[in-house]
Design a protein around this ligand. Structure first.
Ligand SMILES: Nc1nc2c(ncn2[C@@H]2O[C@H](COP(=O)(O)OP(=O)(O)OP(=O)(O)O)[C@@H](O)[C@H]2O)c(=O)[nH]1
Length: 236
């Protein structure tokens, strides 16, 4: 596991660092050993709600946030029936000035939430560019990508329809979900779907002969349907 130096300077990040410590124990005070540890990265334009989604998921809370500086880090343990999964959630900064270093943060990720704001069309277009970046850096089946339209509570301001989101995701073989960090709509469901799918992949790997483990050798073409192809991971 790699740790990159984080530029943690503002109040928001200080609070998040504290949270990281707290998340190594369960709410009933017990330490859990993770069966699997997965790096999950949040990508997308400025102010689409990446930090708010992470905060909602980890703390079940919503509050006004400040722009992320560099990258923030969260941990969350999920207890599933057959395994304990630890998510290391890397919340990247959406500001343009951090773009050139972003690939350093998503290196080694097993899942990426590609977030856009359903009330700002340009953030949806920007998500498409993010996808191209990911295509350059990840091999076939190396990463699960979930296109997430956030801020569904802004019903009257919607600029990206659910159909547009779904259709684009379908055409690229991505998962799609719509969320609201503010009204707590489908946030946990997205992370739970990731956990279950990653666990499924582990189980498949265990039963698959080494020579047919395609993720070790082929280049990903996210435009082609693949095993991650989604209908949609959550109800929108
Ligand atoms: N209405 C609404 N506002 C939201 C939602 N999620 C986040 N916001 C607001 O959107 C703004 C940006 O939220 P952040 O979570 O900081 O966004 P971010 O993508 O992490 O932004 P950067 O750190 O700049 O990349 C804040 O004012 C949030 O309160 C949501 O689901 N609904």
């Amino acid at each position: 596991m790699e740790f990159l130096p984080l530029k943690i300077a503002d109040r928001k990040d200080m609070a998040q660092r504290k949270m990281w410590k707290e998340m190594t124990v369960t709410s009933d005070g017990h330490h859990l050993n993770p069966t699997y540890v997965y790096k999950v990265v949040l990508l997308g334009s400025m102010a689409v709600g990446k930090s708010s989604l992470a905060f909602r998921y980890v703390k079940n809370s919503f509050r006004e946030t400040m722009p992320t500086v560099g990258c923030s880090f969260f941990k969350q343990m999920i207890r599933l029936e057959t395994a304990n999964i630890m998510f290391e959630i890397w919340d990247t900064a959406g500001q343009e000035k951090y773009h050139s270093v972003c690939h350093l943060y998503y290196r080694g990720a097993r899942a990426a939430l590609l977030v856009y704001d359903i009330s700002r069309k340009e953030t949806f277009n920007r998500a498409k560019l993010w996808l191209r970046e990911l295509e350059k850096d990840f091999l076939h089946d190396e990463i699960m990508i979930i296109l997430v339209g956030n801020k569904t509570d802004l019903v009257t301001e919607r600029e990206v329809t659910s159909e547009e989101g779904k259709e684009f995701a379908r055409s690229k073989g991505l998962l799609h979900a719509e969320t609201s960090a503010k009204s707590n709509h489908q946030v946990t469901d997205v992370f739970m779907a990731i956990a279950q799918k990653l666990l499924q992949q582990e189980q498949q790997k265990e039963t698959m002969p080494v020579q047919s483990q395609s993720w070790k050798k082929s280049h990903v073409d996210l435009r082609a349907p693949n095993s991650n192809q989604i209908k949609k991971c959550c109800k929108s």
